[in-house]
Design a protein around this ligand. Structure first.
Ligand code: HEM
Length: 502
C-alpha cells in the first residue's frame, strides 16, 4: 500500500515538473536543452567537462543554444566572430547583478551595488583609478621590490645562496606570488619582520583552504558546510580589518583609498569592509598564481622559448643599465621597458591561452532580441547570456595545432605583437580573452601581466633553472575550477633552482 502511494506521489511530482518545471522553446528563441534533472538541468554534464559539453551542443544545435543550469536558462554564444556583436547589446545587460551576488555569497559581505543602498562607492571607478594609469607605476615598482626581497633576501649567507634547491614549481610560484602580491596590496609591517613573515605564511595556508571550496561557493553552497574553509575566511578577513591595516606601511592606493573613503552613507562596519578587501585579495591572487606557474613551466620546458626569453631579458637589462649582482642590488625596469618585451608577452599570452577557462556572464534586464551576423534570437528577461572563450582559445582554425605551446604564436614576422587572427577567412576582433570582456573585463589585467613579467625576469636573470624530469609531461588542468579563470595544474612538477654566481 505504502509503495503504491509512493509511486503515485512520484508520478504526480514528475507530472507537475514536466508541465510547469521545464521551459518550452518559443518561436525565435535559440534551441533549448532542459536536461533531465529537475532544477539542475544540464549542470552535472556541464560541470564535469564544460568544453566537451559545449562542443557537443555546438555540433547538435549550431553556434547559439540555451541550457538549463541550476534553475537558470543560459544562452551560450559559441562562435568568436559573434563576440563583439554580443557585447554591443550592452544596454540590455545587467552585468552587476551576477557579479555582486556571487561576491557577496563567497566572501560574506552584503551587496556592494550602490543601488542596494549599503554603500555609495562605485567600486569599478575605484579599480580603474588605482590599478591602471599612473597608479600602475607605483604598484609595479613596489611589486618588483617585494619580489626581490622574497627571491633574494638581503644578507643570505653564501653557503645557503649557492646550493641547488628542489621544490614543486606550483608550490614555489604560489609562495612567492602570494607573499609579494599580499605585501604589494596590503603593505608591510616593518616593525616586526619575523612576525610579518609568520603572518603571511599563515595567511597563505588560510587562503589555500578557502580557495579550495571557492567553486562550491560560486555554485551556491553555503560556506557553513565547510567548517575549516569558513574559519580560514574569517581569519583572513580579520587580518584585513582597519585596525590591522592601519599599522602597515606602503599600503597600496587601492586599499588605502577604500580604507579612508568618505562614504558617509555606508552601512558596512569594519568587519564587513574587511570582507570586501578579501574579495580583492582573492581576485588579485587566484588567477595570477596559476598564470605565473604556467608561464614559468612552459618557458622552461621549451628550449627555444627559454633561449629567446633569456636573450630578450639580458638585452633589456643591458640597455636599461641594470645588472643583477651577487650583493642583491635591486633591478628595476620602468613601465616603458616592461611593456617593450614582446617575447615575454607572447610566452605569457600563450601560457594563458592554454590554461584559461573563464565564463563571461551577463543577465538580460528585459526581453530583447539578440542580433548576430548569422541570425537573431529572442532572449527573456533574467536569462543569462554566456561566452566561454576556451572554445575560441582551442579552436584549430584560429590557433593551428591548438594544444601545442608555441612561444612565438603571438609574435609577427617583425618580432612585434601579432594581432591578426582569422576564423572563416575573417579577421577576428576578439581572439584572446583570459581577462574577460567588455564591462566586466579584469581591471587588474595590466598589473597582472607586469607582475608575471617581473617574476620571469628575476627567475631568468638571477637563477639557474632546471626541470628535475626532462622531458617532462605537461600536467593536466584541474577542471573542477572551470569557469573561474586560469586553471591550476592537477599535480605539481618538481624543478631545481640555484642563485647564479653574479
Ligand atoms: C593572470 C591574472 C588574472 C586573470 C587571468 C584575471 C582574470 C579575471 C577575470 C576573467 C575576471 C572576471 C571578468 C568577467 O567577469 O568578465 C576578473 C575580474 C577581476 N579581476 Fe582579474 N585577473 C587576473 C589578475 C588580477 C589582478 C592582479 C587583480 C588586482 C590586483 C585583479 C583584479 C580583478 C578584480 C577586482 C575583478 C572584479 C572586477 C569586477 O567585479 O568588476 N585581477 N579577472
Amino acid at each position: 500500500m505504502m509503495t503504491i502511494s509512493l509511486i503515485w506521489g512520484l508520478a504526480v511530482v514528475c507530472g507537475i515538473w514536466v508541465i510547469f518545471g521545464i521551459r518550452r522553446r518559443k518561436a525565435g528563441e535559440p534551441p533549448l536543452e532542459n536536461g533531465l534533472i529537475p532544477y539542475l538541468g544540464c549542470a552535472l554534464k556541464f560541470g564535469s567537462n564544460p568544453l566537451e559539453f559545449l562542443r557537443a551542443n555546438q555540433r547538435k544545435h549550431g553556434h547559439v543554444f540555451t541550457c538549463k543550469l541550476m534553475g537558470r536558462y543560459v544562452h551560450f554564444v559559441t562562435n568568436s566572430s559573434s563576440y563583439p556583436k554580443v557585447l554591443s547589446h550592452g544596454k540590455y545587460f545587467d552585468w552587476k547583478k551576477f557579479h555582486y551576488t556571487t561576491s557577496a555569497k563567497a566572501f560574506g559581505h552584503r551587496s556592494i551595488d550602490p543601488s542596494d543602498g549599503n554603500t555609495t562607492e562605485n567600486i569599478n571607478n575605484t579599480f580603474a583609478k588605482t590599478l591602471q594609469g599612473d597608479a600602475l607605476h607605483s604598484l609595479s615598482e613596489v611589486m618588483m621590490q617585494n619580489l626581490q626581497l622574497i627571491l633574494r633576501p638581503p644578507g643570505l649567507p653564501k653557503s645557503e645562496s649557492s646550493v641547488w634547491v628542489t621544490e614543486g614549481m606550483y608550490a614555489f610560484c604560489y609562495r612567492v606570488m602570494f607573499e609579494a602580491g599580499y605585501l604589494t596590496l596590503f603593505g608591510r609591517d616593518t616593525s616586526k619582520p619575523d612576525a610579518q613573515r609568520a603572518l603571511i605564511l599563515n595567511n597563505l595556508d588560510n587562503f589555500k583552504q578557502f580557495d579550495q571550496v571557492f567553486p562550491a561557493l560560486v555554485a551556491g553552497l553555503p560556506i557553513r558546510l565547510f567548517r575549516m574553509a569558513h574559519k580560514a575566511r574569517e581569519k583572513l578577513a580579520e587580518g584585513l580589518k582597519h585596525k590591522n591595516l592601519s599599522k602597515r606601511e606602503q599600503v597600496s592606493e587601492l586599499i588605502s583609498l577604500r580604507m579612508f573613503l568618505n562614504d558617509t552613507l555606508s552601512t558596512f562596519d569594519d568587519a564587513e569592509k574587511a570582507k570586501t578587501h578579501l574579495a580583492i585579495l582573492w581576485a588579485s591572487q587566484a588567477n595570477t598564481i596559476p598564470a605565473t606557474f604556467w608561464s614559468l613551466f612552459q618557458m622552461i620546458r621549451s628550449p627555444e622559448a627559454l633561449k629567446a626569453a633569456s636573450e630578450e631579458v639580458n638585452g633589456a637589462l643591458q640597455s636599461a643599465g641594470q645588472k643583477p649582482s651577487g650583493e642583491g642590488n635591486a633591478i628595476y625596469l620602468d613601465q616603458m621597458q616592461l611593456n617593450d618585451l614582446p617575447v615575454l608577452d607572447s610566452i605569457i599570452k600563450e601560457a594563458l591561452r592554454l590554461s584559461s577557462a573563464s565564463l563571461n556572464i551577463r543577465t538580460a534586464k528585459e526581453d530583447f532580441t539578440l542580433h548576430l551576423e548569422d541570425g537573431s534570437y529572442n532572449i527573456r528577461k533574467d536569462d543569462i547570456i554566456a561566452l566561454y572563450p576556451q572554445l575560441m582559445h582551442l579552436d584549430p582554425e584560429i590557433y593551428p595545432d591548438p594544444l601545442t605551446f608555441k612561444y612565438d604564436r603571438y609574435l609577427d614576422e617583425n618580432g612585434k605583437a601579432k594581432t591578426s587572427f582569422y576564423s572563416n577567412g575573417n579577421k577576428l576582433k576578439c581572439f584572446y580573452m583570459p581577462f574577460g570582456s567588455g564591462a566586466t573585463i579584469c581591471p587588474g589585467r595590466l598589473f597582472a601581466v607586469q607582475e608575471i613579467k617581473q617574476f620571469l625576469i628575476l627567475m631568468l636573470s638571477c637563477f639557474e633553472l632546471e626541470l628535475v624530469e626532462s622531458p617532462v609531461q605537461c600536467p593536466p588542468l584541474d577542471q573542477s575550477r572551470a569557469g573561474l579563470g586560469i586553471l591550476p595544474p592537477l599535480h605539481d612538477i618538481e624543478f631545481k633552482y640555484k642563485l647564479k654566481h653574479l
